[in-house]
Design a protein around this ligand. Sequence first.
Ligand SMILES: [Zn+2]
Length: 280
Amino acid sequence: MVFDVHVHLFPPDVTRNIEKYTCRDPFLAEICSSKGHKFATVEDLLAEMDKCGVEKTAVSGFASSDPGLCREMNDYILEAARAYPRRLIAMAVVSPLDRMMERELDRALKRGARGVGELFPWGQAFALEGDAAKRLAFYCQERNLPLLLHLNEKVGHHYAGKGDISIEEGAAFAAKFPSLPLIFAHWGGGLCFYELMPELKKQLRNVYYDIAASPFLYSRNIYRVVREIGILDKILLGSDYPLISPARYLRELDESGLAPNEISRIKGENAARLFSLNDE
Ligand SMILES: [Zn+2]
């Protein structure tokens, strides 16, 4: 199975009136004004999935610090997943600083959401060590809901969306909530390499890493490096579509030097286990 865990869709209504939203959310404004930014609808995604041979996708909207925009995003994503239940899994977005966060999560779960994210601690201005993140973590941990969080490397070139969230914060968050299923996006900003340290391996035992934006960040040797580290079971295909097509990752994986059975774990088997698809 090919299962992409990291995709962002925008409701066409929001895209058409984007200025109305960007003036309320400076992080959204930054993302939308960046050179590589694209908008995609559910129809665009389904066409791309068919083209690339992706069977399932966990779809997110855009996590804003504006709860109203999060709700609008969730409505669109939930409806899409309901219309295509065999292809799409809905991820809910919320602002942890919103005092009504739990209510929005309850609403999204009732309508079929099966995970939360991608949330941007830096872009949405909440600290992973703060109380808001703690409430979110308890909510997800209690329900065994995968939580997809943006982490990025703090070295290297700048790009829109790159913030000053650190791998220390990510590691400390995972340690505080050991049974919370976490997906750290973008190879966890490099946190995955620290799984070479036995104490970190233990601390990060419920952490998965997606490979979103990898072609922009790392050479394809990274796949053999994580095999050497012994964490192939924790690596998930995440494309960040429409930023990059899943096809590019699938090609990279085929040329990574990994064995076919190792590639299939990254392409979808790990994600199927995480989202309990095998029990269905
Ligand atoms: Zn991200």
